[in-house]
Design a protein around this ligand. Structure first.
Ligand code: AMP
Ligand code: TRP
Length: 327
């Protein structure tokens, strides 16, 4: 039997370069080898401030991005988390083997509290329990995520161990599949990771046009002027990371050499980079436009994904309920 892979992204808008390089790029390769389930985790999306009016559009945006990037519904199941209430059922049960103190000490929780001090809610605290349920309900073996999610995966492993120890073995311990080195930083504040929450100028959406990409990169923070021998600033390093991903090796070494000599002109580098990023996603943008015209096709894919996933999810819930004496 093929090993199971699960991952998900919150519906906070269109996917950006960080989501692609840190997550979906890897998912694409995995779908050929494993039994993959990829989700839009909308219940996670309501743990931080959100606009109910925009929720459906945001969910659709992520699904369109998934499909246009090449996630293939013939090879993997695409699901919307809230279409499968079994996730919540398991999360509640796992809550009873979860340490409250550990939840409160997770760095991801502390960061969110800092970011949204007026929105600290129970869902924000138990976010990792629901994430563990997402993963464990399908008895997933691998979870491809960015580095920032590692504490959550470790937490899921702990919950699985604790459940197995207490009630008898049900869950495998899921392993994170890390994308090496791909932490993309914000264009406006390169000390922080690229994220939709830092404002539209800080990230490049995969669906952005050349014009938009050019404008955003033109304003990206670099350094006041390259100084010979000084350490590369985070903003400049971020642009070089992107260049390594999207430009050819000739372009990359041309600008690297200029940087070393201290003669680099960032405006020239930024133009080249914007062009290469836009070019890389040109077929994606075309496919996305086509898909957006076919809402019934999208609906069908999600229904089929949910149907397949539901079978496994219900089997797991049954097994879990038996173990804890609820059946
Ligand atoms: P999020 O948008 O925070 O739900 O993230 C979805 C996925 O993209 C997760 O696997 C993250 O690790 C990954 N991700 C988000 N932002 C970045 C970033 N700036 N660099 C690398 N990976 C990221
Ligand atoms: N917490 C993840 C993030 O912010 C999203 C997520 C929710 C997830 N459930 C998951 C990722 C299960 C992997 C597996 O990116």
């Amino acid at each position: 039997m093929k090993k199971r892979v699960f991952s998900g992204i919150r519906p906070t808008g269109k996917l950006h370069l960080g989501n692609y390089l840190g997550a979906v790029k890897q998912w694409l390769k995995l779908q050929d080898k494993y039994d993959c389930i990829y989700a839009v985790v909308d219940y996670h999306g309501i743990t931080t401030p959100f606009d109910p009016q925009k929720m459906q559009q945001n969910i659709l945006n992520v699904v369109l991005d998934y499909l246009a990037l090449g996630l293939n519904p013939k090879k993997c199941s695409l699901i919307i988390q809230s279409h499968l209430p079994e996730h919540l059922e398991l999360a509640w049960i796992l809550g009873s083997v979860t340490s409250l103190a550990k939840l409160q000490h997770l760095p991801t929780f502390k960061e969110k509290v800092k970011l949204h001090p007026a929105y600290v809610n129970l869902g924000m605290l138990s976010y990792p329990v629901l994430m563990a349920a997402d993963i464990l309900i399908y008895k997933s073996n691998f979870v491809p995520v960015g580095k920032d999610q590692l504490p959550h995966i470790e937490f899921s492993r702990e919950i699985a161990r604790k459940f197995n120890r207490t009630f008898g073995k049900v869950f495998p311990e899921p392993k994170a599949l890390l994308t090496r080195g791909a932490r993309i930083m914000s264009l406006t504040d390169p000390e922080q990771k690229m994220s939709k929450s830092l404002g539209p100028q800080s990230y490049i959406a995969l669906a952005d046009s050349l014009k938009v990409i050019e404008a955003k990169i033109a304003k990206a923070v670099t350094d006041v002027g390259p100084r010979k021998g000084a350490k590369m600033s985070p903003g400049t390093a971020n642009l070089f990371t992107l260049m390594q991903e999207f430009s050819d090796s000739k372009t990359l070494s041309y600008f690297k050499a200029k940087y070393k000599k201290g003669t680099i002109r960032y405006s020239e580098m930024k133009k080249a980079l914007a062009c290469d990023i836009a070019k890389a996603f040109e077929p994606f943008r075309k496919r996305r436009l086509e898909l957006a015209k076919k809402p019934s096709y999208i609906k069908k894919i999600l229904e089929e994904g949910a149907k397949k996933a539901r079978k496994t999810a219900q089997e797991t819930i049954k097994e879990v309920k038996k173990k804890i004496g609820l059946l």
